[in-house]
Ligand binder design. Structure first.
Ligand code: SF4
Length: 444
């Protein structure tokens, strides 16, 4: 039985970037299902697009992304040919829907040659109908980034850059195989701003090997000098049986549960003191940023990138392994490039699996999303009360006892001081978790 705070934080629970979570997707959802769901999208429903570039030039040992290391450009180039074909196949299926948000992730989208960035953006512009004020965000690896790349992205309308930093301490960087001096990061930040990219996000990670409270504080101090509009502060998820390269991380140098918790709290307190608004579990934004505003006005959403102020109710994923989130359910593309390519070349949607949402899934998804975004859910907004969830309330008892959640009528609220426990509280409403064989990261 779990009975201490550390035991509770050591519980392995999903991050709930979707519900049901990806391990519950199944091959019963096919390309025919996806075509039918797209055809039945409500007229004029706004869309969000996600484009996956699954290549990097070196492997960071903490990485949990779907990516492959390449030391030649030819695999990237041939992937791009297929990606252009997938874009051309998808565009006509969502005619009449405005795209309000475009996100390129990976892998490293900045692996692309500058002219290929232009080519992909042109293909997207031709295939989809973008809203005039659409957001265009790209994940950026600053290491070795050239001015031509920044120019190409700016020309294509990039207006939000998400910059991977993780930690500035050289010893930590060595232990995760990601050497990235502060000066190199600052030069990229300055060049992006000079090119007119106004909004910047910085990704940091706690729980890395050799990290201490002192170097988390120093990293945040340095990162604050870059004045980003947003921070994302993720906990390192050590799953070496699932991601073999994580075996290269020295396990004896990993902070333990109590230290991880302290690092999480420290990041929260330093960023809050610096004037950032805490958003959901692990994001922070300046008060005038759209994410902080969405947090305040109740429109914040959870998605595969973490949190978003983009309120498009449908997300289309393009590229190997990407996931689409539609009102009817989730659909994942084939994760391995050769299989994905075969379908794309045949003009087919490269679907591997997915899940159709039942009414119960939709209810639980709504409750979990509210908790993950706002640390609070009013069950009466879903036409329910605590009495409708007897098993869940029983499972919440130890969390209530620890002060991780407060129940007031139909409202469940995670106090600010227990923010780190929100995934645990949300997991109580996950009806798939008990049946799951998937291994998740620890709660903090
Ligand atoms: S650059 Fe990003 S995607 Fe590539 S290995 Fe490093 S963390 Fe993973």
């Amino acid at each position: 039985m779990m009975n201490t705070r550390v035991d509770l934080f050591s519980a392995r629970v999903p991050r709930y970037t979707s519900y049901p979570t990806a391990p519950h997707f199944h091959p019963g959802v096919t390309s025919a299902t996806m075509r039918e769901w797209l055809a039945n999208l409500p007229e004029g429903l706004p869309l969000s697009l996600y484009l996956h570039i699954p290549f990097c030039d070196t492997l960071c040992w903490f990485c949990g992304c779907h990516t492959t290391v390449v030391n030649r450009y030819s695999p990237v180039q041939s992937y791009l040919q297929n990606l252009l074909a997938e874009i051309a196949t998808m565009g006509p299926l969502v005619k009449g829907h405005k795209v309000t948000h475009l996100h390129w992730g990976g892998g490293s989208p900045t692996m692309l040659a500058p002219d290929d960035v232009r080519k992909v953006k042109k293909a997207l512009d031709e295939a989809f109908d973008f809203a005039p004020d659409a957001e265009f965000a790209v994940e950026i690896d600053p290491r070795g980034m050239k001015q031509e790349m920044i120019t190409a992205l700016a020309e294509c309308g990039l207006n939000r850059a998400s910059i991977g930093v993780q930690d500035f301490d050289p010893k930590v960087q060595k232990a995760i195989n990601r050497i990235q001096p502060y000066d190199e990061t600052k030069a990229v930040v300055d060049a992006l701003r000079a090119a007119g990219v106004a909004s910047l996000n910085i990704d940091l990670i706690y729980g890395l090997p050799h990290q201490t409270n002192a170097n988390v504080a120093r990293t945040i101090e340095l990162a604050l000098t870059l004045k980003p509009q947003r921070f994302a502060v993720f906990g390192y998820a050590h799953v070496p049986h699932f991601k073999k390269h994580m075996q290269l991380i020295p396990e004896d140098a990993l902070p333990q549960a109590e230290e991880r918790f302290e690092q999480f709290e420290l990041a929260h307190s330093l960023l809050s003191s610096a004037g950032y608004v805490a958003v959901g579990l692990d994001h922070f934004a300046v008060p005038e940023d759209s994410m902080a505003i969405a947090m305040k006005d109740g429109s914040l959403q959870r998605n595969f990138q973490g949190y978003t102020s983009d309120d498009a109710p449908a997300l289309i994923g393009l590229g190997a392994s990407s996931i689409s989130a539609l009102p009817q359910g989730y659909v994942q593309n084939k994760p391995e490039v050769p299989e994905w390519r075969k379908d794309v070349e045949a003009g087919e949607l490269p679907v591997a699996r997915g899940i159709a949402l039942s009414e119960d899934d939709k209810l639980r998804r709504g409750i979990i999303e509210k908790l993950m975004c706002f640390l609070e859910v009013d069950l009466s907004a879903f036409g329910k009360s605590t009495g409708d969830f007897p098993a869940e309330m029983e499972a919440l008892a130890p969390l209530i006892q620890e002060g991780f959640v407060v129940v007031d009528g139909a409202v469940l609220k995670v106090p600010q001081t227990a923010r780190a426990a929100v995934r645990l509280v949300a997991s109580v409403f996950d009806s798939y978790l008990a049946k799951s064989k998937a291994v998740h990261a620890v709660a903090v």
